[in-house]
Design a protein around this ligand. Structure first.
Ligand code: F6R
Length: 361
């Protein structure tokens, strides 16, 4: 049942190229995005996205996509904060609720709060017959298949894929991109399962590096742009299954506080594809290295060359169009957490104190 893997989590990490390809079959045809159910993004002025945990992190990645591609303002909130804050919902607002299980109590309550206030209530779910799917106006399935490991992996990746499909659709409908640009984006999108597959080939190397991480008491994750939420995903996965304290910061925030933590024993994982912000990230990394922090750089070949020899270790990723990078850089984040936990000997699939579906608040 674990398909030759030691844990469901490993099986589910390795399934990602296949389940993502399955999902893309539903959302792509003829070089364009085709939503399984139509939705009109032209009648709205803003989006509010609400979720918990990893699904909330998927929303924070999607904010970059909706803003950059469709020029639509996006607010993202944690369901337990949103529901009790009772925020005003302006007209011409679409709300999007993201949930693997579709049963998370706080997310469902936030959805019900929006039902008679928002112009539309959308959801992105893995379980199509779930409460969140049933109670939304339009529900978009992520087609990840059953996820057993408590730490979400393939569901997160497919949530990202569906949210990217919505962002591209919104961009087209609102005239922010033309058909040629859409075809170009969709062409890149179709390559992502292959790139994830290449990243999975780094598992052995990541396992070697994780032996050292397993001895750390704290680990810092840094990223800029859409890699900032990915830093949160890396830190969350690591905390959940290895019980090592980890924190994520936007690279630019380093000197506003967390740099005080840096010393020889602190691993600092830097998620940095060579994009427009790379030079700035390199200078943040140099600040860490000057204080003897152990930098683990996750970047492509050009980025690793540019970073120089002072980094503690590197994970060399395939080249990827920066806008799709979160879908590929999630793999080393997952594998670092997985292998670190395996080296520590923790219960990877059933971490202490956690449940797969949080149906009570
Ligand atoms: C983390 C994890 C949790 C869930 C969260 C929301 O790996 O799995 O943080 O993402 O409990 O669950 P769903 O998506 O079912 O609403």
């Amino acid at each position: 049942e674990k398909g030759g893997h030691k844990h469901f989590m490993a099986k589910e990490i390795h399934e990602q190229p296949a389940v993502l390809a399955d999902c893309l079959k539903t959302y792509i045809s003829n070089n364009a995005i085709t939503l399984p159910e139509p939705f009109d993004f032209t009648g709205i002025d803003r989006i509010i996205m609400v979720a918990c945990g990893t699904a909330h992190i998927a929303c924070t990645v999607a904010k970059y996509w909706f803003e950059q591609l469709a020029r639509l303002p996006v607010e993202v909130d944690i369901a337990s904060e949103f529901r009790y804050r009772e925020p005003p919902i302006q007209t011409r607002t679409a709300t999007i609720f993201v949930s693997q299980s579709g049963e998370t109590a706080d997310t469902l309550a936030a959805l019900r709060y929006c039902k008679d206030k928002a112009q539309s209530v959308l959801s992105v779910v893995n379980v199509p017959e779930s409460s969140i799917a049933r109670e939304s106006d339009v529900s978009f399935p992520i087609h990840a298949g059953v996820e057993v490991g408590v730490a979400s992996t393939k569901a997160f990746t497919n949530q990202l894929a569906v949210l990217m499909s919505l962002a591209i659709t919104a961009a087209r409908q609102r005239g922010a991109i033309d058909a040629a640009r859409e075809a170009e984006l969709v062409g890149q999108f179709a390559h992502v399962p292959g790139l994830i597959n290449q990243a999975l080939g780094l598992s052995g190397h990541i396992s070697d590096l994780s032996r050292k991480l397993a001895t750390a008491s704290d680990i810092l994750f840094l990223g800029r742009g859409s890699m900032y939420p990915m830093a949160h995903e890396g830190a969350l996965k690591l905390k959940e299954i290895s019980y090592i304290h980890a924190e994520a910061y936007a690279s630019g925030e380093l000197k506003h506080g967390p740099i005080a933590l840096v010393e020889e024993t602190l691993p600092v994982v830097v998620l940095a594809p060579r994009d427009a912000l790379f030079d700035k990230t390199v200078s943040n990394m140099q600040e860490v290295m000057a204080r003897k922090g152990m930098v683990l750089l996750v970047s492509d070949a050009a980025g690793i060359t540019q970073a120089g020899d002072d980094v503690w270790a590197t994970i060399q990723m395939p080249d990827v169009d920066p806008i799709f990078a979160p879908l590929v850089y999630v793999v080393p984040a997952q594998l670092l957490a997985y292998h670190t936990a395996v080296h520590k000997g923790t219960d990877v699939d059933q971490p202490r104190n956690l449940a797969k579906s949080v149906t009570v608040e």
